[in-house]
Write a protein that binds this ligand. Structure first.
Ligand code: GLA
Length: 724
């Protein structure tokens, strides 16, 4: 009798052992995977957190492969994440579950599910990481070649996920020089939707490696199930959603395989970049806030919790006409305004070739003594004497045909072998081959030399103004030419890691002709990014709105520049320019001496106001409210301190229509509904409105809102809310 019972129990155990559920949890979301010895690992659910798998199972929810592979079985047909040519030429891969592990340390949870091909000695680990402080789930794979000879990876995405078909929309970010970060939203129809980029190293120039899917129809800022997908990679990428007559929209994201076939020798492995997923019931805003928190708190932006200093950058003030006197005058200006940091931009260097035109000297990082006879350390001292920190511009991954570096190392540039070099900016710019360890050492040394010559350097603006136009590496062997795109970025990351190990506190800005390289592959090494070379405040409303979909305010460099604006010629009031710049890391990009007395007074006051609200603006939660993309000529947002004790609300009117305009009531968001807040207008130039100094409940401000007397086009209003 006992034996019969035991055998029944064992038989049942064997049956149920067949269906192991792996719940990958964030505080509020769950990814449910099912794994069975010797079989494919499946994704069965991604959504609100569940504590066990039974609801999903009982609801008969279907499943799709967690990491679909090309060439064997019925599952790969829809889309696949991995395609391998095995050592014997076999194109099929059939990954079967072998085992899994789970570890937790300091609020970080890691799951590794190991799979192995049913025929070859070829393994893939499916890796998942979550955090206690946000609902971000990272997914990536480690691909291992245990075969006797090399295998070739033809496609090697980071992850694949299904979303049930319906009225699903995609939001994506795109642009080009001076129009980066534009948001486009469209429904997902049958066919393949793709955002991709091949502009290595400026991988976020045209399209960015981040999208959102709104699962409940037209995207909304604060409601509806919404999913975010962010590829943490600084090289070429591809994100596709395949929609056909199956049940699912099928998302596959990873490194762009074009020109990037990768060979793995016996015993070698390949780690794909993380795909960071968010699921939220609070619309696009909920997804954004999770990414922002993850960026600030989980090291996805370097030093994410540190307050960023206000600065003056010399570029639009003097362009390449750098001089000792000119720099010191600008320092005087920013000191008088109450700024904290001065950054000398392009134009300060060059030996044989002088950087007075943008067609030479990149790579020759020696001070141009004709322009700066006393050298860079003396400028740092001049800044220090004025109570300012010191920063400097470099573009270390680049050179020009007109440079001593290129004359010495023509083989260090990326170029298609046997053909003429194809140059970028100035008709002479070229990219150094970061796959080459000698180039990595050189780039490290560029930073190290600056820090050795001027150890007090506080800030570096690291620029990158070119894409690859001619693919080829004289460092990589003929059979590894297709490794260049991947190895460039691995070499860059390796170099940045060395720099960070030696200079953890150096503030580094990521710039690539503006926002050409805003991605979470690089941001763990950079404190901020130059959001765009376009400093026109009206255009910035669109650029900053789109960029904020995935990136936090503390990382967004936003500078007040001259009027008329140098990129668009538009004239804008100084108040509007400040009010737009103050939603991120405030700076200036003009000669302060070009401000008249009244403007100077306003700017000085705005700098001091900004320093007061800085902790809220840089570390608070962003709620976007009125979108500039809605085309009614208004925009508004509010940034709320984590404990909801303080908030700063921003509203803008940037268009004037001939007929009566639809005039919104300005509703707030993110406040504590039961708390009372006193309102104070900041940067005020008109007489106070009726609500000035008055107290309202959060509920009233959020549900009813305020009438704002925004007078005329390019008027704006900034309101501080203080909880009583
Ligand atoms: C790029 C940057 C600018 C400036 C110039 C200097 O275009 O985006 O901000 O630094 O280079 O050449």
């Amino acid at each position: 009798m006992q034996r019969t019972l035991l055998s029944i129990i064992l038989a049942l155990a064997a049956l149920t052992a067949g269906a192991k559920n792996i719940l990958v949890n964030t505080p509020n979301t769950t990814l449910l995977l099912t794994a069975e010895q010797g079989k494919t690992v499946y994704v069965q659910y991604y959504g609100d957190r569940i504590e066990d798998a039974s609801q999903v199972k009982n609801a008969q929810i279907g499943r799709t492969p967690a990491y679909p592979c090309f060439g064997y079985g019925k599952d790969f047909f829809n889309s696949f994440a991995l395609s391998v040519v095995h050592s014997d030429g076999d194109l099929g891969t059939d990954l079967c579950y072998v085992g899994d592990t789970y570890n937790e340390k300091d609020g970080i949870h890691d799951w590794v599910i190991t799979t192995k091909d049913s025929k070859h000695n070829f393994e893939v680990d499916l890796c998942y990481r979550t955090y206690d402080n946000c609902d971000v789930m990272e997914m990536w794979t480690v691909i291992r070649n245990g075969e006797k000879k090399p295998v070739t990876l033809e496609k090697f995405a980071s992850a694949a996920l299904p979303f049930r078909q319906g009225d699903v929309w995609v939001s994506h970010i795109h642009g080009k020089w001076a129009t980066e970060g534009y948001l486009t939203e469209e429904p997902l129809n049958k066919g393949v939707f793709e955002v991709s980029d091949i502009a290595c190293p400026k991988n976020a120039f045209l399209n960015r490696p981040n999208i959102m899917l709104s699962l409940d129809g037209k995207p909304s800022e604060n409601s509806g199930r919404t999913v975010g997908a962010v590829l943490c990679w600084s090289g070429n990428f591809k994100m596709t959603v395949n929609t056909n007559f199956e049940k699912y929209h099928y998302l596959v994201c990873g490194i762009n395989e074009t020109g990037s076939r990768y060979t793995l020798g016996k015993g070698e492995s390949f780690t794909t970049p993380a795909l960071a997923m968010v699921y939220s019931n609070e619309g696009k805003g909920g997804v954004s806030r999770n990414y922002h928190r993850w960026a600030r708190l989980d090291g996805k932006i370097h030093n994410g919790q540190a307050l960023r200093k206000t600065l003056l950058n010399s570029w639009e003030g003097v362009y390449l006409n750098v001089s000792q006197d000119g720099m010191e005058k600008m320092m005087d200006g920013v000191q008088a305004l109450g700024g904290e940091l001065f950054v000398m931009d392009d134009g300060w260097f060059g030996g044989k070739y002088k950087r007075s035109v943008d067609n030479c000297a990149l790579g020759d990082w020696v001070t141009d003594r004709e322009k700066l006879p006393d050298g860079v350390p003396s400028l740092q001292k001049a800044a220090e004497e004025r109570g300012l920190k010191w920063g400097i511009w470099i573009e270390p991954e680049m050179t020009n045909t007109l440079s001593e570096l290129y004359e010495k190392h023509p083989d260090w540039v990326i170029s298609n072998p046997g053909r003429d070099v194809v140059c970028g900016r100035g008709g002479t710019q070229l990219i150094l081959d970061m796959s080459n360890p000698a180039v990595q050492d050189f780039v490290f040394k560029v930073v190290d030399d600056i820090m050795t010559e001027t150890p007090e350097t506080y800030y570096i603006k690291w620029d990158c103004n070119m894409e690859v136009y001619s693919v080829g590496s004289s460092y990589l062997s003929a059979d590894k030419q297709s490794h260049l795109y991947v190895d460039y970025h691995r070499g860059l990351i390796k170099t940045l890691e060395r720099i960070r190990a030696k200079y953890p506190d150096l503030v580094i800005q990521n710039c690539a002709s503006g926002g050409g390289r805003i991605n979470y592959g690089l941001m763990p090494y950079f404190d901020e990014f130059w959001t765009s070379d376009n400093t026109d405040a009206e255009q910035r409303l669109f650029i900053q709105w789109g960029t904020s979909m995935f990136f936090p305010t503390c990382a967004m460099a936003q500078h007040v520049s001259a009027s008329p604006n140098h990129q668009t010629g538009r004239e804008l009031p100084l108040k509007f320019r400040f009010d737009v710049a103050m939603t991120g890391r405030l700076g200036m990009e003009m000669k302060p001496s070009d401000l008249n007395e009244e403007e100077f007074k306003f700017a000085k006051n705005a700098f001091s106001t900004y320093k007061e609200i800085r902790p809220i603006v840089q570390q608070g939660d962003l709620y976007r409210i009125l979108s500039p993309y809605e085309d009614n000529g208004f925009a508004s947002e509010i940034i709320v301190a984590e404990d909801k004790s303080q908030a700063v609300f921003f509203a803008y009117k940037f268009r004037q229509y001939a007929k009566q305009q639809d005039w919104p009531i300005f509703r707030f968001d993110g406040l504590d509904p039961d708390a009372k807040y006193t309102l104070t207008e900041l940067n005020r130039v008109e007489s106070p409105e009726a609500w000035e100094g008055k107290t309202f409940t959060g509920r009233f401000l959020m549900n009813t809102g305020l009438e704002l007397k925004l007078k005329g086009v390019y008027s704006s209003c900034v309101i501080r809310c203080t909880r009583q």
